[in-house]
Design a binder for this molecule. Structure first.
Ligand code: UD1
Length: 430
């Protein structure tokens, strides 16, 4: 099992190039099989979740050709099976996007119900409600979702909760239904907009993505296209927090500053300098930062996927901060690990009360999920001495070359897979 070994204490300084957004890439890869013509996807992040999804569409017969690290050609004309293997879905929750894609194209999909997740229960009732509204029959049998219909008809759908996944899934299927669909109380995240733009590039007729009402007029078929995935706002935000935590100076490049507004505003509020350019942002933390309160919300609010990273920064900031997690129920699992590094954090229900300390000390810690894992790496980069981060498989699901990018900013971090390699790192670093 791979681990990161880290010697903390260096301020991170320099420029870092941000990859394409994983959370846009996953639905876009799924949607790419909805045409029999070839789709070329550019700026795909080379992360495990994306690679597993590419394997899973190959598994049902799609032709996948990797042109280079960030470009693939997908052709869905050879799909012979609308039934996705459990092996794939077990590894990535987002293969539920194949439900919307297969249903939209073939009027039939069989996808195993995604397993539990480390950040709490993740129901998909809103996805199923949407499919049923446009005429699909949806059953759950032996742990698999079976969706089918003779033909889909547009409908008026009001989402009970704001859900990124359900909005995208319904948008995909409804794009091929007969007539008009309206999704009210839709999610407004940049990746929802990116998927809508992609579907429109394939011939769909979707308007309003990025607002809370999305209007879709179904079309009978899609065609091939070439499309570049939007930059990853969460990867960008993670490096911005790394600058804040290590008193560094980082320019994140290839970002859309507008997508980062909630994160930038909080960094400014706690005392960072934040400079925006056309497609990059510079974050400088010259002095000790100060407390604030955070509440996670759907976009354009502060993102839940940036909650653990800012909690690490606040755990180093002067004063008492309160962080409220309002999207997922179990997203403070990293707090015990952070406490072992010297942080002073108390969790009560969905709230963390954080009393800032001047610094952390290195420890052996374990990554409980993707974003919390990245946050613990940031903590280790600030900590005095050596830390070992276990279970980094989670981090590799969503961050491309995380250790390489951090090294280029001056971090002392290595990916290792044995105690011997950890000892070697310690001897070398001294
Ligand atoms: C996506 C992101 C995830 C991010 C989350 C919120 C991907 C692959 N993952 O997850 O990184 O943290 O958006 O920005 O893009 N809910 C229901 N019923 C449903 C669907 C959702 O009750 O059918 C609830 C969830 O439990 C949660 C809230 O709605 O409380 C938001 O979830 P949702 O936006 O659907 O998250 P995901 O799409 O799974």
């Amino acid at each position: 099992m791979e681990q990161y070994v880290i010697k903390g204490g260096n301020p991170l300084v320099g420029e870092v190039e941000i990859a394409g957004a994983k959370n846009a890439a996953l639905p876009i890869i799924s949607a790419a099989i909805m045409t029999d013509e070839t789709v070329t996807l550019e700026n795909l992040p080379d992360v495990n979740d994306v690679n597993v999804l590419l394997e899973s569409i190959s598994g049902i017969g799609a032709h996948v050709e990797r042109i280079d690290r960030h470009t693939v050609k997908i052709n869905g004309s050879t799909i012979r099976d609308c039934s996705v293997e459990y092996e794939y879905i077990r590894k990535i929750r987002a293969s539920y996007y194949l439900l919307g894609a297969l249903l939209g194209k073939y009027n039939k999909a069989e996808v195993p119900l995604p397993g539990g997740c480390n950040i709490g229960s993740r129901p998909i009732d809103q996805h199923l409600k949407g499919f049923r509204a446009i005429g699909a029959k949806v059953d759950i049998k032996n742990g698999t979702i079976l969706a089918s219909c003779h033909h889909m008809t547009g409908a008026h759908i009001f989402m009970d909760v704001v859900s990124v996944g359900a909005t995208i899934n319904i948008m995909m299927a409804a794009s091929r239904a007969v007539g008009r669909t309206t999704i009210e109380n839709a999610a407004k995240e940049p990746h929802v907009v990116d998927v809508a733009n992609f579907l429109n590039s394939m011939g769909a007729n979707i308007k309003g993505a990025g607002t809370d009402v999305i209007r879709i007029v179904g079309v009978p078929r899609f065609h091939g296209c070439t499309y570049a995935i939007v930059p990853d706002m969460i990867e960008a935000g993670t490096f911005m927090m790394a600058a804040a935590a290590t008193k560094g100076d980082i320019v994140v490049k290839n970002v859309i500053p507008k997508h980062m507004e909630a994160v930038s505003a909080k960094l400014l509020e706690i005392g960072c300098e934040v400079e925006e350019f056309d497609d990059s942002i510079r974050v400088v933390a010259a002095k000790r930062l100060i407390r604030t309160h955070i509440k996670t919300q759907p976009y354009p609010g502060y993102p839940t996927d940036m909650q653990p990273q800012i909690a690490v920064v606040l755990a180093l900031s002067r004063g008492t901060s309160i962080v409220t997690e309002s999207i997922f129920e179990n997203r403070f699992k990293y707090v015990d690990e952070l406490t072992r590094m010297g942080a002073n954090v108390k969790v009560e229900g969905n709230t963390a009360i954080i009393d800032g300390v001047p610094g952390f000390t290195g420890a052996r810690i374990s990554s409980p999920d993707l974003r919390a894992g990245a946050a613990l790496v940031i903590a280790a980069l600030q900590a005095e001495g050596i830390s070992v981060v276990d279970d980094i498989g989670y981090i590799l699901r969503g961050y491309e070359d995380f250790d390489g990018k951090l090294r280029s900013l001056g971090a002392e971090i290595e990916m290792v897979s044995s105690e011997k390699e950890i000892e070697k790192f310690k001897l070398r670093i001294g």
